[in-house]
Design a protein around this ligand. Sequence first.
Ligand SMILES: Cc1cc2nc3c(=O)[nH]c(=O)nc-3n(C[C@H](O)[C@H](O)[C@H](O)COP(=O)(O)OP(=O)(O)OC[C@H]3O[C@@H](n4cnc5c(N)ncnc54)[C@H](O)[C@@H]3O)c2cc1C
Length: 387
Amino acid sequence: MTTHDLVIAGGGPAGAAAALGALQARPGMSVALLDRADFPRDKTCGDGIAPEVFDLLSEAGVEDVAEGWAPVDRLSMRRGERVVERTMARSTWVIPRAVFDHRLHQAAVRAGAQPHTHRVTRVAVGADEVQVDERFSAPLVVGADGAHSVVRRAIGLPPGPTAFALRGYAPTTAHRGGTQAMVFGETRQPSYAWSFDRGDGLANVGYGEVQAPGAPRLSRSELMAQIEQLLPGSTTDGTQWKGAHLPLSAWGAQVADGRVALVGDAAGMVNPMTGEGIYYAVLTGLLAGRAAAAALDAGDPQLFGRDYTRGVRTILGPHLRHSALAARLCRSGRLLDAGVRAAQSDQRVFDDLVDLGLANGRITPVVLRRLTRHLLGTATQRTELSG
Ligand SMILES: Cc1cc2nc3c(=O)[nH]c(=O)nc-3n(C[C@H](O)[C@H](O)[C@H](O)COP(=O)(O)OP(=O)(O)OC[C@H]3O[C@@H](n4cnc5c(N)ncnc54)[C@H](O)[C@@H]3O)c2cc1C
């Protein structure tokens, strides 16, 4: 048994960020960073990384994670015949997770985290310490072990709503270069196919949809068929097709219990509208790391869960409420159509929707006004047609 100040289960973006947050706030603290995989490792993902992720990492002293990869400036959204393509207010990046996560993990190790290849199977919370597999112990533990978190189960939290998505890599088709293309499904909602140009001749291509409780999930060939239907030609010569679950966020969900905090996917922190999760993973990781350092500084480990929860609610609370509402609204095809038309007619609406889907945005007054106008416009057209 080794004893640490903080044990982090999972060394993906959320776990690495937790280590960075803790070590920046309290240099020299003993942080064990456990992962069942050796890095570099793949992670099934769309690889789209919002600019706000780099803002957070820069605050944590990490500057080089996007080096060698080109920014992507354009985003297109389509539903049926309606399409909007615009330049985003800020560029995003498409970086394979084997590269991005490895760089982040290395940054955490450089900051002082001690990496261990270890699969966590058991977490026991005692009066004074938390034990992980009777091999690691610490007053505080962060669960950053992804969508099927063992730590989450150990503190008795049930899984929340999920989506399922399949992704692969295929040569970027000529007209989709330099673009993140999203095509919304026409049946199940929210759902979309994507083709995100990496800038190196390949695109990350995939399709994902929300899972209704108890409903069977689409087979791999059905998921592939959805991609081809929505983005014809995008799967040609594709490789590395893999599917995975996305645990979707819900406002007010519990993210900690005393000495144990959950971050990233383990906390169910994926945007329910877009499936974006790296921003929330890095943000919640940093918040948990900083809360751990503060609780140790105060000599009161019980402050950890309370202060971390407070931090998440303060910073993300309004966004989580708004994105949950937006995801519900996206179930309506008419509203999705109105959203695409509103984004087409006004750059501010486009920018605000990007912010809501990728980072900490809200449903702003201009989005509401434009949506209402387009919805009423459609209703008026219908009335005129039927009259
Ligand atoms: C198909 C798909 C497409 C997506 N597209 C995007 C996108 O384009 N942009 C975006 O921002 N987000 C996207 N997401 C979501 C994003 O991948 C996740 O939100 C993000 O990876 C969360 O980071 P994390 O560190 O919480 O979890 P992970 O990245 O899953 O890291 C968890 C780590 O824990 C380790 N681990 C798991 N179990 C154990 C255990 N028992 N013991 C020890 N270690 C363990 C794993 O090996 C892994 O390294 C997508 C997800 C999917 C499935």
